[in-house]
Design a protein around this ligand. Structure first.
Ligand code: ZN
Length: 165
């Protein structure tokens, strides 16, 4: 799987991890995402704002879909890439599919995220942790991507520890 990951991909994933850490510092869940165009230009960045916006749907991937619909043509959307610290939830995956956005590169997979929660004794979320391709069958997805998945595991472990205090 790592063969399909370029150094540019790694650069953008590193930024997603930074955004996720920033979200955690803001008191939100640690997720961050970046939208990049066909030429490799960063178009928009988002982070989780569930707690700060008091909106449990304030996921960065959904915010980037909204941005893309407002600012990009369907052709530009299709050739863009969405980088994210954790694989899209089904809500964000469906929005991605409806908007016709392009490739997805995620540091951690949905399976990993769900497994970590379980192993730390956290309850499952209200939405099934389906892989993106369970929602958008033709999506092009690279996930997980080492070593960023291990780094995100540590960030999520820290978030879980803080939440239990
Ligand atoms: Zn989501």
């Amino acid at each position: 799987m790592s063969s399909e990951i370029s150094s540019a991909d790694e650069h953008h994933l590193r930024r997603c991890v930074e955004l996720a850490k920033q979200a955690l510092e803001n008191g939100d869940d640690p997720f961050g995402s970046v939208l990049v165009d066909a030429d490799g230009v960063v178009l928009a960045e988002e982070m989780n704002r569930e707690k700060s916006d008091r909106d449990p749907t304030a996921h960065p991937e959904l915010a980037l879909v909204r941005w893309a619909i407002a600012h990009l043509t369907p052709e530009q959307r299709a050739t863009s890439t969405v980088y994210t610290s954790g694989e899209h939830c089904p809500m964000c995956a469906a929005a991605h599919g409806w908007a016709g956005l392009g490739r997805i590169v995620a540091a951690a997979s949905a399976e990993q995220l769900a497994g970590w929660r379980t192993s730390w004794g956290l309850p499952a979320g209200p939405v099934a942790p389906l892989p993106i391709r369970g929602v958008v069958p033709h999506a092009v997805v690279s996930a997980p991507v080492a070593p960023f998945d291990a780094e995100m595991r540590e960030v999520h472990r820290r978030a879980a520890t803080q939440a239990q205090r």
